[in-house]
Design a protein around this ligand. Structure first.
Ligand code: KG4
Ligand code: ZN
Length: 292
């Protein structure tokens, strides 16, 4: 639906949510083999995200809560990515250091206890997933490009067409310069870019993003050691990031990265955050919610 536009069209996405959600819900209840009385709490994403989609979700949530006489709690989408890791490991508890990398965020957070997050690093321009999607588009891979770039990079050598590694002081990220470097390199190659060039550039781009993400994670771990590290969000599905994160964290802490289906957006992570995240919160839509 969104591919021909090269990105998500908010209006189409909201309408599609409205169209698909009731059927999806029936299917989920049927597949899980549960009855409506089998659970204690409904959880719905209240932000951050696209306002139209959030409103549809909250509207459906409110309807179900009324029909089934169950309480409805509003969940922060970003918390969901961290709580996805707790679905993976039942004994995983804060305090932890988290890296959440998605289409709109590249955030380093400390979580001292359930339901509390302190942002210690973020991107000053593009998010990691956004950078992957834009790079993929330049390389002619369509949308969403992150997974396609991941696959192409496996056939490339990052040393043949090296790209700069972003480096800002402290725990800040920046990926827009790297994106411009790729654009100029492709422009210099003009029509003569071969499949091998494209694979090499994909590998170089991926390496720069991944090493930059992990460099700051490592700094944060050095500055304030902690026993548990979580790397989550859609970009945590990236194969190089998964491999390198394990090497970088090593035995300094225990690393948890959710399985692929729990890294990219999903409902299970919202259920986990709703039930484990502590205090009950009203389901008030806030498209630009931070980590509150
Ligand atoms: O968390 P998510 O599913 O949605 C948001 O909350 O944004 O993250 C989506 C992002 C997209 O930018 C997508 O291209 C990226 O995650 N992504 C990947 C991979 N799989 C998904 N990026 C790199 N490599 C992947 N394998
Ligand atoms: Zn997400």
């Amino acid at each position: 639906m969104h591919r021909e536009f090269g990105g998500v069209v908010p209006e189409l996405a909201a309408r599609d949510h409205l169209k698909r959600l009731p059927h999806l819900l029936d299917l989920a209840v049927e597949t899980a083999g549960v009855k409506t009385g089998d659970f204690d709490l409904l959880a719905v994403t209240r932000g951050p995200g696209l306002v139209g989609c959030l409103l549809v979700g909250v509207g459906v949530g409110e309807g179900l809560a009324a029909a089934w006489s169950k309480p409805l709690t509003g969940v922060n989408h970003l918390w969901g990515h961290i709580y996805a890791a707790m679905l993976t490991r039942a004994d995983l508890e804060p305090p932890l250091l988290g890296l959440v990398v998605s289409g709109a965020h590249s955030d380093l957070v400390r979580m001292p206890v359930h339901g509390h997050f302190e942002v210690i690093g973020r991107t000053r321009d593009d998010a990691a997933g956004e950078a992957f999607d834009k790079a993929a588009r330049m390389l002619g891979l369509g949308f969403p490009g992150g997974p396609a770039l991941d696959r192409l990079a496996r056939h490339g050598d990052p040393r043949r067409q090296p790209l700069p590694r972003p480096s800002l002081p402290g725990l800040e990220y920046s990926f827009s310069g790297l994106k411009t470097a790729l654009l100029y390199r492709l422009r210099d190659l003009g029509g003569s870019a071969t499949d091998r060039d494209r694979a090499d550039l994909a590998a170089a781009f991926e390496q720069s993003v991944v090493e930059s993400l992990l460099e700051k994670l490592e700094t944060a771990l050095d500055e304030q050691p902690v026993a548990e590290v979580v790397v989550a969000g859609g970009v945590a599905a990236n194969s190089l990031l998964r491999r390198r994160a394990q090497e970088v964290v090593g035995n300094r802490a225990r690393l948890t990265m959710p399985p692929l289906e729990l890294c990219t957006d999903n409902a299970a992570m919202i259920a986990a955050a709703g039930s484990l995240g502590g205090a009950f919160r009203p389901a008030e839509v806030d498209p630009s919610l931070g980590w509150d």
